[in-house]
Design a protein around this ligand. Structure first.
Ligand code: NDP
Length: 492
């Protein structure tokens, strides 16, 4: 583990005040909070701390922009052009945005600049196309000649978007892009751990021609700003990504005015390597599926099931992959894994590493930094059971358990034996096994002979306690629109 100095890619941190109604403003009581570089533990910025009064100001601005601003009534092609332009601006600013993400979250700069930022831009490009395609249908009801009945797709109104710290810009784009394409106005609350790229996204939206008040950005703490946004009576919808526990709190807070909700929550995803798999591809793909982004990914393949005939080879291969990963400052080009995002999260993952030592055997890794940056080495556990806590609970770090299985029905049952249902992976050379397992696995996404493939056009979301609704794809527009039925009498 290294702790090398910040490189020339680290950008200057600009204005860290709230963005409300197109203006950068201090929080109402002037409060700020510190943001830290997780590679060093050092403070890098003070950011304005939004609280309920600031959320209220932002919601009022978004309401004004929705009811009387130009956004909702803008020609769809003009709205599309502005959203497309925002995608272009992300690409043009990828060096700065990638650098901010690394400073704030810790992830490797090359992954942030060449992965997170283009992915976020792709969301705006893809969703801009939907602004001109939100069509209703004509409906042949049971009274021929008497009624003309059709549906219209309309914006929901003011939407509150609450995003986590693991992909701060990308997950903001997952939500902001479809919300804007459908003509909604937005209050975006980034995690207080990683607020910097969301603030820049707000600036770039203005530069792209998205009118003031349409995208407001209010960093603050979940229990304060987040809770105020979810309980606000003038917010029509909330879309949240984060832990299942917070998702539950948000459901309760949203009951006041029966807000519409989209929840993308936790996961403990199985990645299954069948006896006939292409082992080279499976081992590399499964290792990437857990260790990418420091394992701080809701879809991480954190339970690997390997057929007993290939189990030893899989354990050896994934352990070798874990041992070969460079862990270090995200600005060091040789780092594949950066630090975990925060001191608190580091403490949580460390406690699971310690627990895994008691519950099983360490096949690789197991070390972590105890001072300076928040590093944890990629860790592989074996000799754990389906009841081990490291196998059942979301760790959200570079920590994986590998377990053997004997037959297909057994592994399907064990893979589905979880309260989560976000994603799953299957590695096999048999097309029938691939289809059979894709059907049987209770998860929102099943990857076959690949893992962690995301695209703006692919719906993503969870079964069971992994959430409600979907992100991305055309289907997400259902969550950001109301369907209005119009029935007109045209004859007797
Ligand atoms: P949270 O679910 O608490 O945070 C996610 C977002 O929700 C943040 O913006 C947070 O704000 C906000 N928030 C927190 N409490 C409330 C509330 N009462 N009302 C409204 N918004 C709120 O995740 P943590 O950061 O605490 O991480 C804990 C665990 O959650 C992780 O270890 C991981 O297991 C899981 N997680 C899952 C993610 C996913 O992609 N599904 C992403 C992140 C975490 P703030 O940060 O300012 O408190």
């Amino acid at each position: 583990m290294t702790n090398s100095p910040v490189s020339e890619h680290a950008p200057k941190i600009g204005d860290t005040r709230l963005l409300i109604d197109g203006e950068r403003v201090d929080s109402a009581d002037g409060a700020t909070f510190a943001v830290y570089n997780p590679a060093t533990g050092e403070e890098i910025a003070q950011v304005a701390e939004g609280k309920s009064e600031d959320i209220d100001r932002a919601v009022k601005a978004a309401r004004r922009a929705f009811e009387s601003g130009p956004w909702r009534d803008m020609k769809p092609k003009d709205r599309a052009a502005a959203i497309w332009r925002l995608g272009e601006l992300l690409v043009e600013n990828k060096e700065e945005l990638g650098g901010l993400e690394t400073l704030d979250n810790g992830k490797p700069f090359l992954q942030a600049r060449d992965g997170d930022v283009p992915t976020a831009a792709g969301l705006f490009h893809y969703m801009s196309g939907w602004a001109t395609k939100l069509e209703g249908t004509t409906i042949p009801i049971s009274f021929p000649g008497q009624f003309h009945t059709f549906t219209r797709r309309e914006a929901v109104g003011v939407v509150g978007l609450i995003v986590p710290w693991n992909f701060p810009l990308t997950i903001s784009a997952w939500k902001v892009a479809p919300a804007l394409a459908a003509g909604n106005t937005v209050v975006l609350k980034p995690s207080e751990v990683t607020p910097l790229t969301a603030l820049r996204l707000g600036d770039l939206a203005l530069e792209a021609g998205i009118p003031p008040g349409v995208l407001n950005v209010v960093p603050g703490f979940g229990a304060d700003a987040g809770a105020a946004l979810t309980a606000h009576p003038d917010v029509d919808k909330v879309s949240f990504t984060g832990s299942t526990a917070t998702g539950r709190a948000i459901m309760q807070a949203a009951t006041g005015n029966i807000k519409k909700l989209t929840l993308e929550l936790g996961g403990k995803s199985p990645d299954i390597i069948m006896g006939d798999a292409n082992l080279e591809a499976a081992i590399a793909g499964a290792a990437d599926g857990i260790f990418y982004n420091q394992g701080e990914a809701c879809a991480a393949g954190s339970r690997i099931y390997a057929h007993r005939s290939v189990y030893d080879e899989v354990v050896a291969g994934i352990s070798a992959a874990a041992n070969g990963i460079n862990v270090g400052d995200g600005f060091d080009a040789s780092s594949f894994i950066g630090p975990l995002v925060s001191k608190e999260h580091h403490a949580k993952v460390r406690s699971y590493v310690d627990l895994g030592r008691e519950e099983g055997t360490v096949a690789a890794g197991g070390e972590y930094a105890t001072d300076g940056g928040y590093f944890v080495n990629p860790t592989v556990f074996t000799d754990v059971t389906d009841q081990s806590r490291v196998v059942r609970e979301e760790i959200f770090g570079p920590v994986v358990s590998i377990m053997p299985f004997d037959d297909t029905d057994e592994v399907i049952r064990r893979a589905n034996d979880t309260r989560y249902g976000l994603s799953a992976g299957v590695w096999t050379e048999s097309i029938s096994t691939a289809h059979r397992m894709a059907e049987a696995l209770r998860a929102g996404t099943v990857w076959v002979n690949c893992y962690g493939v995301f695209d703006a056009a692919m719906p993503f979301g969870g079964y069971k306690e992994s959430g409600w609704g979907r992100e991305m794809g055309g289907i997400v527009l259902n969550d950001y629109t109301e369907t209005k039925t119009v029935c007109i009498k045209i004859g007797d």
